[in-house]
Design a protein. Structure first.
Length: 989
């Protein structure tokens, strides 16, 4: 008889050379149980395998199982009335005895899971035995590997030792002694990085599986390894910060999230320390998010977060975990780096119910970071916090207060250290703050570094005190002195960093100096931009930059738009920039602005480029161009994000990527534009007419902006002044824009006569201009006036004429699809009010279909909301649900344009109808918020109808709101809906 049983991996039983497969899994498990116990009583087998049966059933089942085994393998078992014994058999573990010899490769079978093919059989006793049996087999394998390790030590075979220790950790990954032993082996073999990787992996495993951290002994050993690595490699790139590095490494290795704050003077080595710290962890083992603020160029709100959000979006996309559209839209509203070729309109309506503030943003970012942290640890680096804009600081505090699942590293200058520490404590991030102050190198460290990098003859000639005195222990200064003396031992290094840089610039040719100066003026410029600033051909520019990089003056890094050039340290840039004559600096800034202006499109939101453009205009003394830059931004910001239906061509609409800048930010832009305008009053740089044109444009934009927020008093002051200037100087285009703003104002406050009057004036001017798109729009405005008067027949004819005018423009290639669809939407509203619901639905079907097909954001939410109301009047609840859900989804993801409170009033009705009273309550709250912005009579009536509808279905008092809604609809020229409400709610005539 020849029986072989496999104990590693899946179940495998061979008898007389043939593989045995049992039809009953319990029979197979029974055989394994007997095999590993050698001899078992019948009572034990019944208790383990048939614990839920009575005595007679269990006995019968055992007899059947034994009969099955004996029938297939007649000589495998010895069975009597009390016990069952297995006869001698072979197993796969006995063949692994040779693994103790380190000269023999470790077979893959060692790593197979013991008894993998067996399951618990829903038997607690068998499950407990199975786990114990697996553990016993695993312990046997571990003992074999330990004997192999001892043999490898005796043979002094490091390769086999490392392989054996790694094998041991595969079998027992929580064996800390083996982890430390293998780390030490790697370190002794000069593989400190591998040792660090091992510890990081072990620490992560403990955290994820057991929610514990490595022991203090292990952490200290890791810090020692890291410190030793820094000392070994420091001769090339890192010096004399072993103590700080070891401390920070220990904190970073801890399973608990850490908060590290490193501060010191400029040039003291903060960035170098952070880079060295991060280099101890393989890039694939962590998700790194980093940002570095700068004082160069204009900044903007949340600018210091742009790079982190750009990197975060890339990580989310890589993980296939794209954020929901609302989160994406809000974060894109503060950072263009979070946009992925998406057009967005975070408009005035949604901003009044969803405020973009640091608290809300911090929570969103923390949630997204937690998604990334599920797969690998997240490390976030915030360098030079002393240059963060106010909003970025507030966002950092809010983010930390969410106790994000990330290790945080922050650096800053000493002058802001106390304030930063207070801020970090106040944030209550739920973690201890490790503060590290970097001080200048000590005298002995300066001497050690100098002797390591310079010939002894140079050291003797200068004297050791020379290096201490001239460098003052500042690493940047020390290494610049050493670099200079290596290249030219006779250099004078007593004139400070600026003197050293000037001397090094003297060694450059004119082309190289020009490129260096251009990089100093336009930090972060691409090779093409630097070429345009210097007027040097691109090939020669690249060659000059390569030499400057080789000399350690500048470096190349990957920016959002490709490779860019910057100085290796800001202090170097300051020295070069200050050495450029003032007149030359202004000229270089002027060229930089011209180069950037070629790449600027106001419809593509890029606040970093915009801020840098304004910075260069200001530095070049080009205040007029700076003002025009602000006006270009404001035109698109206000038009796209504040007008109900922006008057732009399809081409411009579909090329736009303009997230809403908050009201606070837009207010600042308007105020700043007007302040520049005031500075330019009487300037020789402008003629009287040129100044008047800028003034009229500023006031027109300020007036239109305030109308969108319902601030009519201030809006009229600005708009009237803009009209006065436009009439005086004949600025027809600006005058047209002002009249358009007034038309929207009279629409909002529902003054039909004034709307018709101003629209006729707009019609006259548009005809004279000529401006056919405004002519067609003016016709539409007149139609709205007649509609507000209740003269639906006249309004219908006027809207049809407006549609015809827009269609005629399309024939000549001037496409204003949104303007045409708005007129068709209003036709649908007329048909709804007059009871022709079939024609109304057809009009809105065309509006929604064409908007969706073209991806024309502005108007989609309004059109779907109108379609939902028509469906409501027709009793088509499925149509109501479909359209209003689409309208809300588009609006809340900033892909639907403005809409007003009518959206959420209708949403409340739909939610209440579906029994979602919490959803209805929230929708009513949003409707009230939007009514505070613009309170049109129809929208007030819809809000009261929604309140009544929700109250009736939820068992509340509805009659008062229903009566009010019916009365309001009757007064607003919609008697059919008024009658329908009275019938629906059982109200008297």
């Amino acid at each position: 008889m020849k029986l072989k049983i496999s104990l590693l991996g899946n179940s495998l039983i061979e008898y007389e050379g043939k593989r045995i497969a049992f039809k009953l899994h319990k029979a197979e498990a029974l055989l394994y149980y007997i095999a590993l116990n050698k001899e078992v009583t019948r009572d034990e087998l019944k208790a383990v395998f048939w614990y839920d049966k009575n005595e007679s059933q269990a006995s019968a089942n055992l007899r059947n199982a034994l009969y099955l085994i004996n029938n297939i393998m007649p000589e495998a078992l010895d069975v009597d009335r009390r016990t069952v014994t297995i006869r001698p058999f072979d197993d796969d573990i006995r063949g692994l005895g040779a693994v103790t010899d380190p000269k023999i490769p470790i077979p893959s079978a060692v790593y197979a899971a013991p008894l993998k093919g067996l399951s618990s059989l829903n038997s607690p006793a068998f499950s407990e035995w199975l786990e114990a049996a697996r553990g016993k087999i695993r312990e046997g394998l571990i003992e074999l590997i330990k004997k192999r390790i001892e043999a490898a030590y005796e043979a002094q075979n490091n390769e086999a030792l490392g392989e054996s220790l790694a094998a041991l950790l595969r079998l027992d990954p929580f064996d800390e002694d083996s982890v430390l032993e293998l780390m030490e082996l790697y370190s002794n073999m000069g593989q400190d990085r591998r040792a660090a990787e091992l510890f990081q992996s072990y620490s992560s495993l403990l955290s994820s599986k057991l929610a514990i951290a490595p022991s203090e002994r292990a952490k200290k050993f890791y810090a020692k390894i890291v410190g030793r690595r820094g000392k070994k490699e420091g001769q090339q790139r890192f010096w004399c910060r072993e103590r700080e590095l070891a401390l920070l490494s220990e904190k970073l290795a801890d399973a608990a999230p850490c908060l590290l704050f490193i501060h010191g003077e400029a040039g003291i080595g903060k960035s170098t320390l952070i880079n060295e710290l991060l280099s101890t962890t393989p890039a694939d083992d962590i998700s790194l998010l980093s940002t570095k603020a700068t004082a160069i160029g204009g900044n903007y709100a949340y600018s210091s977060w742009n790079n982190i959000l750009r990197e975060l979006r890339l990580l989310l996309d890589r993980e296939g975990a794209a954020p929901d559209k609302r989160t994406a839209s809000m974060l894109a509203g503060i950072s263009p780096g979070f946009i992925k070729d998406e057009g967005l309109s975070f408009n005035a309506d949604i901003s009044s119910m969803t405020e973009i503030n640091p608290v809300a943003l911090g929570a969103m970012i923390a949630d997204l970071v937690a998604v990334i942290a599920k797969n690998r640890p997240v490390v976030m680096v915030f360098e030079d916090i002393h240059w963060f804009d106010t909003r970025s600081i507030e966002l950092l505090c809010a983010f930390l207060s969410c106790a994000p699942r990330a290790d945080i590293i922050i650096s800053g200058r000493p002058e802001s250290a106390r304030m930063t520490m207070a801020m970090l404590r106040q944030a209550k991030s739920g973690r201890a703050i490790t503060e590290v102050e970097l001080t200048p190198f000590r005298d002995e460290e300066i001497i050690y570094i100098s002797r390591s990098l310079l010939p002894e003859s140079t050291i003797r000639e200068r004297g050791l005190s020379y290096f201490v005195r001239e460098s003052e222990g500042v690493p940047l200064m020390l290494f610049e002195i050493l670099r200079t003396l290596r290249e030219n031992p006779g250099s004078d290094c007593t004139k400070g960093l600026g003197g050293l840089i000037i001397e090094r610039m003297g060694e450059l040719d004119q082309r190289e100096r020009d490129v260096l100066n251009a990089v100093a003026v336009c930090v972060g410029g691409t090779s093409e931009i630097i070429s345009e600033i210097t007027l040097i051909p691109i090939e020669e520019t690249l060659a000059a930059a390569e030499l400057l990089i080789s000399k350690g003056l500048i470096r190349e890094r990957e920016g959002s738009g490709g490779a860019v050039w910057e100085f290796t340290h800001l202090k170097l840039r300051e020295c070069v920039y200050d050495s450029i004559p003032a007149a030359r600096r202004r000229e270089l800034h002027r060229r930089a602005a011209a180069a950037l202006n070629k790449r600027y499109l106001p419809q593509h939101w890029d606040p970093a480029l915009s801020a840098m453009l304004s910075h260069h205009y200001a530095k070049a003394g080009e205040r007029v161009l700076e003002l025009k830059q602000y006006l270009r931004e404001l035109i698109f910001d206000i038009t796209l994000n504040h007008d109900l239906f922006p008057m732009l061509s399809d081409r411009l609409f579909l090329s736009c990527s303009i997230p809403f800048s908050s009201r606070e930010e837009t207010d600042k832009k308007v105020e700043h534009a007007i302040s520049i305008l005031d500075e330019l009053r009487g300037s020789e740089a402008l003629t009287e007419r040129e100044y008047a044109q800028l003034e009229a444009s500023c006031f027109e934009l300020a007036g239109g902006y305030r109308i969108s927020w319902g601030e009519y008093t201030g809006a009229k002051l600005y708009t009237d002044e803009a009209i006065h200037i436009s009439k005086q100087y004949g600025f027809t285009e600006t005058h047209i824009h002002c009249l358009k703003h007034y038309a929207y104002m009279y629409l909002q406050i529902e003054e039909a006569d004034k709307l018709i009057k101003v629209s006729r004036e707009l019609l006259r001017l548009a005809k004279e201009a000529p401006a056919p798109h405004y002519f067609a729009t003016a016709v539409r405005f007149i139609g709205m006036g007649y509609m507000m008067r209740g003269n639906y027949a006249a309004a219908e004819k006027i809207f049809l004429h407006s549609v015809k005018l827009f269609e005629q423009m399309q024939l000549t290639g001037r496409r204003y699809t949104l303007g045409m669809l708005v007129a068709k939407c209003y036709l649908g509203e007329i048909y709804e009010r007059t009871g022709d619901l079939e024609r109304a639905a057809a009009q809105l079907s065309e509006c929604t279909r064409q908007c969706e097909a073209m991806n024309l954001y502005w108007g989609r939410s309004y059109f779907h909301t109108t379609a939902a109301n028509i469906a409501l009047d027709a009793g088509n609840m499925e149509g109501l649900f479909s359209h209003i859900d689409r309208a809300a989804a588009l609006f809340e993801s900033c892909r639907g344009g403005r809409c007003g409170s009518i959206l959420y009033s209708t949403k409340a009705i739909a939610d209440a109808e579906r029994g979602d009273f919490e959803g209805a309550r929230k929708a009513l709250e949003n409707s009230e918020l939007l009514l505070r912005l613009i309170a049109k009579r129809d929208w007030i009536a819809a809000h009261n109808l929604a309140k009544a509808w929700t109250a009736r279905l939820s068992g509340g008092d509805f009659s008062g709101d229903a009566m009010t809604a019916a009365k309001q609809y009757g007064e607003n020229g919609f008697p059919l809906r008024a009658d329908w409400i009275r019938k629906k709610f059982g109200l008297g005539g």
